[in-house]
Ligand binder design. Structure first.
Ligand code: AMP
Ligand code: MG
Length: 395
């Protein structure tokens, strides 16, 4: 199954089971959350015309070329008097423009005379250095759409409109399961044939960054009764996310359990690393089973699970930004799967980690993103490839 098709299917499944419950949270707690309804401005922004410069406010028609008397001083935060005809007002950046003024001249172009009148040295025009009322936003205008992911910029915008709290989609609850008899948690001693569980750490940390509530379900042994029992424990989660045991190998207990008590689709993805992916339901709870090799887990989470989760929260823009860069390597053997090589940009060219084995997580630690090589494609150095920065995927 081509990557696009798997993604389209997952997004359709996500849209069929959206998470709709909302909660109100303070702005300080809203970072990383998804806006539940459109944010509409209850203010004009700025609420009144104000000065963009430190200088002098005047009515241009009052200026004959002669110096003007300064009739008031207006600082930010003050409410000015109307401008006395035939005078100017000293004004500072962000201060409201006095009624009657239609022009601000910056102080660098003005000269204070010995009698304290001000001479203007340059020609001026109506409206200059004035930030008009509502230039950023008008009352009633939608400034953020429902489904917007909130970060520092969106929260700053909400703050500028005076919102103390926002309605956000509740956090999805995700159960993370690591399957494999060989797995041991870091901090413990390895026995013969055992390896440390790294996927759990990757997924739990990543999910937290995506605003999820993680139900850390630990290690699941390769054993059918235990698999059945453990799956049945997660009744109030939005997704069970497991790694390992989804290859067509003998230890596919997740698949067996899903077939018995729910439904299962096993997709052979045309993606490398990461061929097998399970999607199913266990007693109504969606289940995604990712391949266990650490680089496969990473790539299938980044490109398929992350957009699925975001779409369940109502996020429209789930595709990571890709940039086209010249390849700093050549690719001579065309593959029948789309490859996502762990690479980074050096001197404007995409270079790849020498060991691209799906078991090697270190490749991704060295890398700064994924270099996409399409099915059937060969590359000469300098030809264009797509690069997806990890920064686009990790949050
Ligand atoms: P599997 O998908 O269960 O066949 O596993 C494929 C490979 O990934 C095997 O070498 C596993 O030992 C390894 N693997 C599976 N799960 C994990 C995990 N949670 N952490 C690190 N390696 C794993
Ligand atoms: Mg396994």
């Amino acid at each position: 199954m081509p990557v696009e098709e798997a993604l389209a299917r997952l997004l359709a499944l996500a849209e069929a089971s959206p998470i709709l419950e909302q909660e109100f949270v303070k702005l300080a707690d809203a970072d990383g959350r998804v806006l539940a309804g459109a944010l509409t401005s209850t203010l004009d922004l700025p609420p009144w015309p104000n000065s963009a410069m430190d200088g002098y406010a005047l009515r241009l028609a009052d200026w004959t070329g002669e110096p003007l008397v300064v009739s008031q001083r207006i600082f930010a935060g003050q409410a000015p008097e109307p401008l006395q005809p035939g005078t100017c007002a000293r004004i500072f950046t962000g201060a409201p423009l006095p009624a009657g003024a239609d022009c601000v001249e910056m102080q660098e172009n003005a000269e204070v005379m010995s009698d304290q009148r001000v001479r203007f040295c340059e020609t001026m025009r109506v409206g200059q250095n004035i930030r008009p009322q509502g230039q950023e936003t008008r009352i009633g205008e939608q400034v953020l759409a429902a489904g917007t992911r909130l970060g520092p910029i969106e929260l700053g915008l909400a703050a500028s409109l005076g919102c103390g709290q926002l309605a956000v989609v509740r956090r999805p609850r995700i159960a993370v399961l690591s399957t494999g008899d060989e797995l041991v948690e870091p901090g413990l001693t390895l026995g013969p044939g055992q390896i440390y569980n790294s996927n759990r750490r990757v997924l739990c940390s990543w999910l937290l960054r995506l605003g999820c509530e993680v139900v850390d379900a630990g290690i699941l042994p390769d054993d059918l009764p235990r698999t059945r029992q453990r799956l049945g424990e997660f009744k109030d989660v939005d997704l069970i996310l497991s790694t390992g045991g989804v290859s067509v190998g003998e230890a596919d207990f997740l698949g067996i359990a899903l077939r018995e008590e729910g439904e299962l689709a096993l997709w052979k993805l045309a993606i490398k690393p990461g061929k097998p992916l399970t999607f199913g339901h266990y007693r109504g709870v969606p289940v995604i089973g990712l391949p266990g090799n650490p680089a496969s887990t990473l790539v299938t989470f980044a490109l398929l699970t992350r957009p699925y989760l975001l779409r369940r929260l109502g996020v429209a823009a789930v595709a990571p930004m890709q940039i086209a860069v010249p390849a700093g390597f050549s690719w001579t053997k065309p593959g029948n799967r789309r490859e996502y090589l762990r690479g980074r940009i050096e001197q404007g060219r995409a270079v790849i980690y020498p060991n691209q084995s799906s078991g090697v997580l270190r490749s991704a630690a060295w890398a700064e993103g994924l270099v996409e090589v399409l099915e059937g494609r060969t590359l000469a150095e300098g030809e264009s490839v797509n690069f997806i920065p990890f920064s686009e995927l990790l949050g």
